[in-house]
Unconditional design. Sequence first.
Length: 404
Amino acid sequence: MGDDSRPVAAAAGGEHHPGAAPSDPDVLASIAAEAGIRRIHFVAWRDLDDPEAGGSELHAHRVASLWAAAGLDVTFRTSAVPGAPRALTRDGYRVVRRAGRYAVFPGAAWEGIRMGHRPGDALVEIWNGMPFLSPLWYRGPRIVFLHHVHAEMWGMVLPSLLARLGNAVESRVAPPIYRSSRIVAPSESSRAEIIDLLGLRPERITVASPGVDARYSPAGQRSPTPLVVAVGRLVPVKRFHVLLRALAKVKAEQPELRAVLIGEGSERTALEALREDLGAAEWVSMPGRVDDEELLSWYRRAWVVASSSQREGWGMTLTEAAACGTPAVATAIAGHADAVLDGESGLLVEDPAELSVALGRVLGDEVLRSRLSKGALARARWFTWDVTARRTLEALAGEAAAPA
């Protein structure tokens, strides 16, 4: 996301001023009641418990939890999680996980057709690459969470034919179908990318930035030696191989450097092999997925949080770390450019090859690092899940109030 150096007012997008009134349950309940919304159905590709769950799933979970706490009847329909129950209740909302990775799309559509639209119902579709095409089968109030365009990501994870099919559906088939839909994007830069690449109508795209949990805060001591932390799924689009090579260059200048790559995914074996080739096994650790307390500890100890990702709708790990006073070094892509204010809460690089230079600057300059740490704390204060939940519910309520 592009850096205009200062947050803008909420009316211009999704910025959450630190003085903004929180969306307590009574406020959310009032918004829903005025719009006549009582039951909200989510359709999503993956559930929060899925081994490949990431920021999209966490975002949906936090919003759904707050809506449920306000008394709304919230149900998720997602693909099945191997070895896990087909249904459960989590933080006040229900989850139904019955279909396979691809069958969930027609299954959700059939369930929507069978259920029909009842007064008080509303739908939230999470468009994560492959859309559910909800405008074709749901006639009630509806919004669509679209975090970012997948574009070249299709070719990173699918065979050539399927990649071309996925890209065609996303870029050519879906946009005309969703032309009148209310889209909710996480950042101004992802909104601009959606307009540019998919041609969706600017006036139909609302920005509601992800929040930061209150538990993310400064505490304890920084690592006594340089420490870089990166968090994310080990998948091609995150480009951890680029970060590993950048870290190896920094190590030559910072002999005491250590790094931790937190996450799990299909690229683990390849990344472990690269780590060995670079002679980095002794100073780069890859602990896999960690619990919330361990993640918080790493954020607080790190000197820098890094991301070499090629596509993001936001950059939740960057704002989580920022709330702990840890600045970021990241690629200047849509998403990152809103989560990080370049030169104020971290450094953004246009060319991934520049990551090593930017990391070296921050790690080697205590004055710069201190200034960016203060900027990171200030930036993180702008984002709360309460405001995210309120803005997304207001978007849904607006659709309920609109003429059919």
